[in-house]
Design a protein around this ligand. Structure first.
Ligand SMILES: Cc1cc2nc3c(=O)[nH]c(=O)nc-3n(C[C@H](O)[C@H](O)[C@H](O)COP(=O)(O)OP(=O)(O)OC[C@H]3O[C@@H](n4cnc5c(N)ncnc54)[C@H](O)[C@@H]3O)c2cc1C
Length: 342
């Protein structure tokens, strides 16, 4: 029988982030008979350890060290490898956070194991583990099995329901590891916000709000209203805390010297050559809904769009609801109603 380790790094307050709680939720569904061990690493572990104990972990191993307060390959890889060894793990489940995506492939190599990234599903039956992942910009889904152990699985954030139970009293078994000598040559200076100000990409938001090139195009009066578009969109984001996505056409306009929304960058682009986010709901505005764009909506559960064009791509099976309307008027009214609601 495999020994399953859920490996997680804590947040700065010692708790588990949403992606780590998703992996806990996944581990609970696997029913591998032997339960699962949790291995925690971070500067503080207290709240995360209580969450791990509450989720039903049979053991909680931990490495608490100031050197793990920042993401750094040298210290992260050493701590993760020590936790895997201490647990005797043959299957390691971890969230595909930027921190773990960077160091766990190297950890798998150190352990003589194998790693698979962007995992969107895991099941186990009779000791045979099967994982799902998508290829070719989310067009093809594959199922994979491996007999080689240890097997490290990095699970895509947003792909699993997060565990949300009550924390419980935890007894953390400390795991010794040497983190100082030769492992801290990289100094982490801190975190910097994206250029341009507003932090608009929020993977944890319930709603994805997508802007298309129509926001910058001449409107019924023959004029473009980019300044008003900026103000309406920013107000909407402020009131809803939605995540901001964009079509390629809109983010490309900046490169062509045209007036664009100042807070957008290519990081906001959704689609074939952009990202494939996993929000519960999506609302597209002033966007035509062409296939290279909507392929990025594959994992959005409920899709709505506002476009002046009743024949746009959204009307052709890409959206659950299409409002054929002026997005300026609709968002202006929605903002008013949201403000009234407080
Ligand atoms: C190889 C390749 C890869 C690509 N990858 C991507 C990708 O990753 N992501 C992506 O997005 N695209 C991608 N594209 C481009 C894609 O095919 C479309 O060109 C792009 O998505 C169109 O952007 P848009 O809908 O914002 O703009 P447009 O096609 O210009 O549509 C603007 C829409 O806004 C509407 N509109 C205007 N004013 C209003 C208003 N006041 N209220 C409501 N609606 C209004 C118009 O009716 C129109 O439907 C790719 C293309 C290729 C060839």
């Amino acid at each position: 029988m495999d020994t399953v380790l859920v490996l997680a790094h804590t947040e700065s307050d010692g708790s588990l982030g949403g992606a780590a709680r998703e992996v806990l939720g996944l581990a609970r569904t696997l029913g591998s008979g032997g339960g699962f061990v949790v291995g925690l690493m971070g500067e503080r572990l207290d709240a995360g350890a209580a969450e791990a104990a509450g989720s039903g972990a049979s053991r909680v191993l931990g490495i608490a060290d100031a050197a793990l307060g920042v993401p750094r390959y040298g210290t992260d890889a050493a701590a993760a490898a020590a936790l895997c060894e201490a647990a005797g793990a043959s299957v390691v489940l971890a969230a595909g956070t930027s921190r773990f995506m960077r160091c766990l492939p190297g950890v798998a190599q150190r352990l003589g194991g194998r790693v698979d990234t962007h995992v969107t599903g895991v099941s186990e039956a009779g000791g045979v583990w099967t994982v799902n992942r998508w290829y070719y910009r989310q067009r093809m889904e594959a199922t994979l099995q491996r007999t080689h152990r240890p097997w490290v699985l990095l699970v895509d954030p947003g792909s699993q329901p997060a565990w949300r139970g009550e924390p419980a009293e935890a007894r953390v078994e400390p795991v010794p590891v040497e983190l100082a000598e030769g492992r801290t040559r990289t100094a982490v200076q801190g975190l910097r916000d994206v250029e341009g100000g507003a932090q608009t990409i929020r993977p944890d938001a319930e709603l994805l709000f997508v802007t298309g090139a129509g926001w910058t195009k001449p409107q019924a009066d023959g004029q473009a209203h980019v300044a008003e578009a900026e103000q309406l969109i920013l107000r909407f984001l402020e009131l809803t805390r939605a995540s901001l996505g964009s079509s390629k056409s809109l983010v490309d306009l900046g490169g062509e010297g045209q007036a664009v929304l100042s807070f957008l960058s290519h990081l906001n682009q959704i689609g074939q050559t952009g990202s494939t986010p996993r929000h519960a709901k999506g609302l597209a505005t002033c966007c035509h809904g062409e296939e290279p764009h909507t392929v990025g909506w594959r994992f959005i559960t409920e899709r709505r769009a506002i476009s002046l064009d009743a024949n746009c791509g959204w009307a052709r099976g890409k959206a659950d609801v299409l409002y054929v309307a002026d997005a300026f008027a609709v968002i202006r009214k929605v903002n008013e109603l949201l403000l009234e609601k407080g």
